[in-house]
Design a protein around this ligand. Structure first.
Ligand SMILES: [Zn+2]
Length: 633
């Protein structure tokens, strides 16, 4: 086998059992040829033709269901249409499994050695999460191979070899981690790879695309490819090259080794694709709003996404929780360790932009204060432990903001910042500053430079690695943060680092940037609600002046303090009520009812920040210090 993937013993066993059952479609026979015609991707349409080596008899074809990194059964099955199976030129009847929708049954006739599967994939115009959401416009597209892959059941995705080829719209450029082997008549042929690598290697393509060469680091090439709906949105792209090189150097200094042959950030900028990031071993699919590079506020938050997805190459793709291995995309994944997979990645994804010089330490602290304040107000903390936000991730992704305080969301991302700061500061305290979380990352994720590989781990492996660095009751630390109900956000890590959460009337810079980006207004920490650009209330904190006055999410604000509702009217009402005795009156439409809410708040504007704890050393300053030798002063 060509794959360098290391599997746990169980999967090796399954693999050995199943390879015989897959006829000659496995690693020993000819590859599956997937010819993808994306010339009509501007009309949100892909045509695919797969030629699959088969043996006569019953065969089950699968379509990827559990997409790595999406943490749920999210394969966009409803959009695979116009499917025709044939062998030797004769159409074959197929039947969907009545229980497993992602499995199709067909009988291969005697004498046939090749099954041809032709189908179309309809890119959704709206709805859907992650790669099931909108991903194509008239100017650009992100092609995720899982949306067009059909493969025989019985062989692991590592064991199936695929020869992919791709036709793009005339004049469009592309970027991908796949290696080009040749081009005939406008069809790009890529070197054969395993199904795992294919699904792990999306293609960014577009009419306006720049590919920034970030240079060779640790013997590997690094690229940032950006496609946008308008060429003008790429004008400032080149300015990203220098800080992105520092980001690479900081990540390599942190982990001590890389586990990819080359690395490609694929960044699409459009208001008509879904916005998210999806990690891969050698690339990442990053999708943001069109004005990302030209709006200051939007540009400042971009490095969180780019650093987060890059960190996943180590924490998520290389080191992966046992429960998140699905050998064939059909076996369910278990999210119980997502507070490591996503949580440690979130922590490092906020840390590295500071180390790389994208941000000042002050801006990092504003980000962390905003996260802390938000998590601390979740009333759902008293019924749902952090662990359950991870286990239930597949039902929590995409839940509305309405009801989030009591429901909680995918809190294992941001809340884990406080868990991993706790771990870092305990390591430092108990080793008199000799051991830090950087040492954990080097030991857990580092080793020697390598091509993509997977090394699974359990919660016990995590505890063992921590104990090998500094003996301590690490299981108890994790249990406290993850498994116990914590009605208030545990802040011991921040406090051991010399800082605490405090509130003042000074706006929080990270919240201000988020407001500019989302075109909403956030008064959760004073009045207790946030409002979108259509004047509709997005979220109400139950234990707040708005919550106690009976405001609910979904209401449309009509007036505040005797004036027609505008954000300025709220600011004026806050200032006027400060220190007075009168409540702030809010007029709101709820369905066809109009109601007056009286909000008892006399504290004026209120925003979260981190403030120094006098007498304690500023450990956070050292956590944020650049590590790379070539770092700018
Ligand atoms: Zn992630």
């Amino acid at each position: 086998m060509k794959s360098k993937t290391r599997r746990p013993r169980l999967f090796l066993f399954l693999f050995a059992l199943n390879i015989a059952a897959a006829g000659n479609a496995g690693a020993e026979g000819p590859p599956i040829a997937i010819s993808l015609d994306a010339s009509q991707v501007g009309q949100r349409l892909l045509h695919v033709r797969s030629e699959i080596p088969v043996a006569p008899g019953p065969l089950t074809l699968l379509y990827p269901k559990w997409i790595p990194g999406e943490h749920g059964p999210t394969g966009p099955l409803a959009n695979l249409v116009d499917l025709h199976l044939s062998a030797g030129g004769a159409e074959l009847a197929w039947r969907r499994d009545p229980v497993e929708m992602y499995a199709l049954h067909v009988v291969i006739p005697a004498g046939a050695t090749r099954l041809v599967a032709e189908a179309d994939f309809l890119f959704p115009g709206e709805g859907g999460n992650f790669t099931s959401g909108p991903g194509a416009t008239t100017e650009l597209a992100v092609i995720s191979w899982n949306t067009v892959a059909l493969y025989p059941q019985g062989t692991s995705a590592d064991g199936l070899r695929i020869a992919p080829s791709l036709r793009l719209p005339a004049g469009w450029s592309y970027a991908t981690a796949l290696v080009k082997q040749g081009e005939d008549g406008g069809v790009i042929r890529f070197a054969p790879v395993s199904l795992t690598t294919l699904v792990d290697s999306p293609v960014l393509t577009g009419e306006h695309l720049v590919d920034l060469d970030l240079g060779s680091h640790a013997g590997a090439e690094h690229h940032l490819a950006i496609a946008a709906d308008r060429a003008a949105d790429l004008a400032a792209a080149a300015d990203l090259a220098a800080p992105m090189r520092r980001l690479v150097e900081e990540a390599l200094a942190l982990f001590g080794a890389r586990h990819y042959g080359s690395y490609h950030w694929l960044l699409s900028l459009s208001d008509h694709v879904q916005h998210f990031g999806l990690e891969h071993h050698e690339s990442s699919d990053n999708r943001r709003e069109e004005e990302t590079l030209v709006s200051e506020a939007s540009r400042r938050s971009l490095p969180i996404l780019l650093a987060h997805e890059y960190v996943h190459s180590w924490n998520g793709r290389y080191r992966r929780p046992e429960g998140l291995l699905s050998p064939d995309y059909l076996s369910p994944m278990r999210g119980d360790l997502l507070w490591v997979y996503e949580g440690l990645t979130q922590h490092l994804g906020v840390l590295l932009p500071a180390r790389a010089g994208f941000w000042t330490p002050e801006y990092y602290r504003e980000q962390v204060a905003a996260s802390a304040a938000s998590l601390d107000t979740r009333s759902g903390r008293s019924w749902r432990p952090l662990a359950d936000t991870a286990v239930a991730a597949q039902i929590l992704f995409g839940t509305p903001r309405d009801g989030r305080p009591l429901r909680r969301g995918t809190d294992f991302y941001e809340e884990s910042i406080f868990l991993w700061l706790d771990v870092d500061t305990i390591l430092r305290e108990r080793s008199q500053g000799r051991v830090t979380l950087d040492d954990f990352c080097r030991r857990f994720h580092g080793g020697a430079n390598s091509a993509p590989a997977v090394v699974p781990y359990s919660r016990d492996d995590l505890v063992k690695t921590l104990n090998a660095l500094v003996p301590y009751d690490w299981q108890a630390v994790l249990t406290d943060h993850v498994d116990r109900l914590q009605p208030r956000l545990p802040m011991s890590g921040v406090e051991r680092a010399g800082w605490r959460l405090a509130y003042s009337d000074r706006p929080n810079a990270a919240i201000a940037d988020a407001e500019a980006r989302n075109e909403d207004r956030d008064w959760r920490f004073s009045l207790g609600f946030a409002v979108d650009k259509e004047s509709v209330v997005e979220e109400v904190l139950p234990d707040s002046p708005a919550g106690r006055a009976g405001m609910v999410a979904g209401e449309k604000l009509l007036g505040v303090g005797g004036h027609v509702y505008t954000p300025r009217a709220v600011e004026a009402a806050l200032a006027e009520a400060k220190g007075g005795s009168a409540p702030i009156e809010v007029l709101a439409a709820n369905g066809d009812a109009v109601r007056i809410h009286r909000l008892e708040h006399r504290g004026g504007p209120r925003y979260p920040h981190l403030e120094r704890i006098e007498g304690r050393p500023d450990v956070l300053a050292d956590i944020l210090r650049a590590r790379a030798a070539a770092a700018a002063p």
